[in-house]
Design a binder for this molecule. Structure first.
Ligand code: PLP
Length: 446
């Protein structure tokens, strides 16, 4: 930051750098980008209008922008073995919206994991715009936390959806993509219409890129959407990958699965977005190059290993986990069942010691979204900072100590009476956190 940046905004950014440095990020959808990703995002590319696609723009002066967007596209395709990549979606939600718009007519049916089971808001929550346009049908999870494939199959035959969507924000198993692909094939034969297989891998895309999770595009899925800022460790944004024939996005094409790459391009622009954020696309390109390196494979493997160690240690300390553990980076703890405290209360107490996570409803949660019984946590951000198995044990221990304070305090207001106990833990967390610097924040800037 330059010395002449006097705006109050830059003082607040400093405070945020301090918060990120002194605390530990357990939110599974967050991560820390590299200094190079930050640099690309803060570049003059933000000055440029570039509606359209490389070589097909509505404005002049895009010769450099075209090269940058093409690099981002090529790298994304390579990462996910895709025929096509659209790097323009401003967010994961926009990416999903564009895919629905590319393939569906109003009133068409989309079969997706229901929100309480672990699905995402954009998969048909009544509060969203897409839920007013399309007919979402939700499948659930079984007692042991896996997709209820029998239910999925039954609903698919009953409703004959245009899209079957596998994706989630709170699900700890590895999906059986082949099994879902077989269901889509049966429904297509029965109904006489093509069924789009869509995977929303917003949470696990980095694990896929790093070889620690199967790739839905290798298992019969035509489309994969993702965010670029979660395990992929890039700037905030969205990305759509697909299999099929790549055509000219300025020309109309027939509505077939084979044409899905072109239908998606047209649905992103001009269908649902205006000018792309080329500074962010540049940062995506930088992140994708990092993701292509062998070290990123080590990173992906470490995320899963750390999640496993943390899950096992939490279990040993009496925490009840949804699905009894994890196969990815995510852990969902039933704190109500474990210790009789609710998720929001526990989240607030952990915040006071510098451990950041979020309260989360469990499948068939009596507390609902307002007072959920669980908390969701994960290891991508901590693993980026270099924390390993030993540190996971300490995190679990701190989490247990905070539980004990919560049990004694019994409600949020009463936590004020436990300031010294909480501050003691906070100090231990701060000390460990400072030993593992946040990439992109220079120690002298803290
Ligand atoms: C995070 C997430 C999204 C939304 O991403 P935004 O960039 O916040 O819009 C979509 N789908 C899933 C499964 C997610 O986890």
């Amino acid at each position: 930051m330059t010395a002449d940046a006097k705006d109050r905004v830059f003082e607040i950014i400093k405070l945020e750098e301090k918060r990120q440095s002194e605390g530990l990020e357990l939110i599974p959808s967050e991560n820390y980008v590299s200094a190079n990703v930050l640099k690309a995002m803060g570049s003059v590319l933000t000055n440029k209008y570039s509606e359209g696609y490389p070589g097909k723009r509505y404005y002049g002066g895009n010769e450099n922008i075209d090269q940058i967007e093409s690099l981002a596209i090529d790298r994304a395709k390579q990462l996910f073995n895709a025929d096509h990549a659209n790097v323009q979606p401003h967010s994961g939600a926009n990416a999903n919206e564009a895919v629905y718009y590319a393939w569906c007519q109003p009133g068409d049916t989309i079969l997706a994991m229901s929100l309480p089971a672990g699905g995402h808001l954009t998969h048909g929550s009544p509060v969203t715009r897409s839920a007013k346009v399309y007919n979402f049908v939700g499948y659930g999870v079984t007692e042991d936390g896996d997709i209820d494939y029998d239910e999925l199959e039954k609903l698919a035959h009953e409703h004959q959806p245009q899209v079957i969507l596998v994706g989630y924000s709170a699900f700890m198993k590895i999906p059986d993509f082949d099994r879902v692909a077989a269901v889509a094939k049966d429904v297509a034969e029965e109904s006489g219409h093509e069924v789009l297989l869509m995977a929303d891998m917003a949470h696990v895309a980095g694990l896929i890129a790093g070889g620690a999770h199967p790739n839905p595009l290798d298992h019969g899925f035509q489309v994969m959407t993702t965010t670029t800022h979660k395990t992929l460790r890039g700037p905030r944004g969205g990305l759509i990958l697909s299999k099929g024939v790549v055509g000219n996005p300025l020309k109309k094409v027939e509505h077939t699965l084979e044409n899905i790459p072109t239908l998606i391009d047209r649905a992103v622009f001009p269908g649902t977005q205006g000018g792309p954020l080329e500074h962010v696309i540049a940062a995506k390109a930088v992140a994708f190059e990092e993701d292509l390196q062998p070290e990123f494979h080590d990173y992906a493997r470490m995320i899963v290993e750390n999640a496993n160690v943390l899950a096992e240690e939490l279990k040993r300390l009496g925490f009840v986990l949804q699905g009894d553990g994890t196969e990815n980076h995510l852990i969902l703890v039933n704190v109500k069942q474990s210790f009789g405290i609710d998720g929001k209360f526990y989240e607030a107490a952990l915040d006071k010691v510098g451990l950041t996570l979020n309260a989360n409803a469990l499948p068939s949660d009596a507390g609902g979204a307002f007072r959920p019984s669980g908390v969701r946590l994960g290891t991508p951000a901590m693993t980026t900072r270099g924390l390993g198995q030993q540190e996971m044990m300490r995190v679990a221990e701190w989490m247990k100590r905070v539980v004990e304070i919560c049990i004694e305090a019994s409600d949020e207001e009463a936590l004020d009476g436990y300031e010294s106990e909480l501050e003691a833990i906070r100090e231990e967390v701060r000390k460990l956190a400072l030993d593992f610097p946040v990439p992109g924040i220079k120690p002298q800037d803290r």
